[in-house]
Write a protein that binds this ligand. Structure first.
Ligand code: KIV
Ligand code: ZN
Length: 513
């Protein structure tokens, strides 16, 4: 029997995903995601865009040092400085890759780069040649390829392969392509580019029209050997193609695609939860593959069918993507060992001291609520991992509110061992708390989104507040948890302020791809 084609999975959650508004992660969060991607067995992790900021550079460098099982890629525009910085950042990777890009469509040539076609080819070729000085593994992307004149795209791809590109990535940068058209483009390149057999064809599809996954799958059918994607479909604007959807489509319909990946599919759900927890970007309930409703059968006729023969309504098994069969885990009397096993099954790998810290928090929580669920534990891990970036911490909070009272809050925050207390009034208790926090920290971002939900079932459930704030043109998402929803609101706001402070207010980001 002929071998199935093995599709290379290039994950860009930490680069294109992290670039999307409000999804920025700190160093320890990026490392945690990188570990989850390694456990998921992605082939390539695009760890960041090193020229963007010292923080991005540091993260790519740290991931290159730690992750040994995947290729680690760094993004660079086709300029000397970018490539130098990318080369430096991935220097210690077990398998380093530099991903060079240059826009090629007429609209980008005319309005963004203000360069003629010949100059674009020269810049692209120079970039690839320079990157080859750092690593053999060089990827080139003609940005906005799907809106580039196909004949010109042939010239660019031919020239960059000749210069040494080992992967040529065809991005649908603005999510404009239609599946059959995009498939046609890949076939066209395979037919017209004379040296195409010397490189892997990759695709990178955005989801502006909801077609990123469909376009990627069509490209695979047309001969693409690598797909760029992100966990939960995170990414610029409407996002990138979702890794979990592509991988499970290839697995579930391997009869149709005759292609497979190396992904450990049981790690999909834990990775999805981790990314949602860290970024505060919730997965919609009915999201394909990883949404809460993806395996929930509500209609009686469906339930009956599934009970008598699962495949009547289920094309994938929840256990194949790592959905835990039981979500109820621990109570007041559970021990460290039970917690450790549960945490490992959820896809986290914690060091002993981290486990001990989470264990203590679980015990405190178990005193407040009867049952501690996976979602509670996940949230505690997140709080613990995020604590490294805690500049201000909440010491005490007291509010008065009611239909006849003026909402008032007294808040105590600590920074470097020094506690500061202040009080404020507001439209409601949350507004009063935010006002008091603003007075203490001196940072007053604009609140652009606020949502509250119960983390689990039950009257004693923790309230989870997710917020988005805008500060000096940048957006930050954060969340807070507590069995008291005003305290959860305060924790979310404080986490956002800590993110603003640690993200380095002065950092200059170049125009993002
Ligand atoms: O969307 C895009 O074109 C990109 C490139 C850098 C691959 O993100
Ligand atoms: Zn992109």
């Amino acid at each position: 029997m002929a071998e199935k084609r093995r599709i290379i999975i290039f994950d860009t959650t930490l680069r294109d995903g992290e670039q999307s508004p409000g999804c920025s992660m700190n160093l320890s969060e990026k490392l945690e995601v990188a570990r989850a991607l390694e456990a998921l067995r992605v082939d390539v992790i695009e760890a960041g865009f090193p020229i963007a900021s010292p923080g991005d550079f540091e993260a790519v460098q740290a991931i290159s040092q730690e992750v040994r099982g995947c290729t680690v890629a760094a993004l660079a525009r086709s300029t000397e400085k970018d490539i130098e910085r990318a080369g430096e950042a991935v220097r210690n990777a077990a398998r380093p890759r530099i991903h060079v890009f240059c826009a090629t469509s007429s609209i980008h040539r005319k309005y963004k780069l203000k360069r003629a076609k010949e100059e674009i080819i020269r810049m692209s070729v120079d970039g690839v040649r320079q990157a080859k000085g750092y690593t053999e593994d060089v990827e080139f992307s003609p940005e906005d390829a799907s809106r580039t004149e196909p004949e010109f795209l042939v010239d660019v791809v031919t020239a960059t392969i000749e210069a040494g590109a080992t992967t040529v990535n065809i991005p649908d940068t603005v999510g404009y392509a239609m599946p059959s058209q995009f498939g046609w483009l890949i076939r066209y390149l395979r037919e017209r580019v004379p040296n195409i057999d010397q490189a892997v064809i990759s695709v990178h599809c955005h989801n502006d029209l909801g077609l990123a996954v469909a376009n990627s799958l069509e490209a695979i059918r047309a001969g693409a050997g690598q797909v760029e994607c992100t966990i939960n479909g995170l990414g610029e604007r409407a996002g990138n193609a979702a890794l979990e959807e592509i991988v499970m489509a290839l697995k579930t319909r391997s009869d149709f695609f005759d292609a497979d990946t190396n992904i450990a599919t049981r790690r999909i759900y834990p990775a999805s939860r981790l990314v949602a927890t860290i970024t505060g970007m919730h997965v919609q309930r009915n999201k394909a593959v990883v949404g809460e409703n993806a395996f929930a059968h509500e209609a009686g006729v469906h339930q009956h069918g599934v009970l008598s023969h699962r495949e009547t309504y289920e094309i994938m098994r929840p256990e194949d993507i790592g959905v835990p069969s039981s979500r109820l885990v621990l109570g007041k009397h559970s021990g460290r060992h039970a917690l450790k096993k549960r945490i490992e099954a959820m896809g986290y790998r914690l060091a002993d001291d981290q486990l001990e810290a989470v264990f203590k928090r679980v015990k405190v929580l178990a005193d407040k609520k009867k049952d501690v669920y996976d979602a509670d534990i996940e949230a505690l891990i997140d709080q613990h991992l995020g604590a490294a970036a805690e500049v201000w911490s909440l010491q005490a909070l007291q509010t008065t509110a009611g239909s006849t009272a003026i909402p008032t809050a007294t808040v105590s925050l600590a920074q470097e061992g020094k506690t500061v207390t202040d009080a404020a009034t507001g439209d409601g208790p949350v507004d009063a708390v935010y006002e008091a926090i603003g007075r203490i920290t001196g940072i007053r971002p604009t609140l652009t989104d606020y949502s509250l939900r119960a983390l689990t079932g039950g009257k004693d459930a923790q309230g989870e507040v997710t917020i988005e704030v805008e500060h000096e043109g940048r957006r930050f998402r954060a969340r807070g948890l507590s069995t008291d929803i005003v305290e959860a609101s305060a924790r979310a706001y404080l986490a956002a302020i800590n993110r603003i402070i640690t993200s380095g207010r002065a950092r200059e980001r170049p125009a993002q791809p």
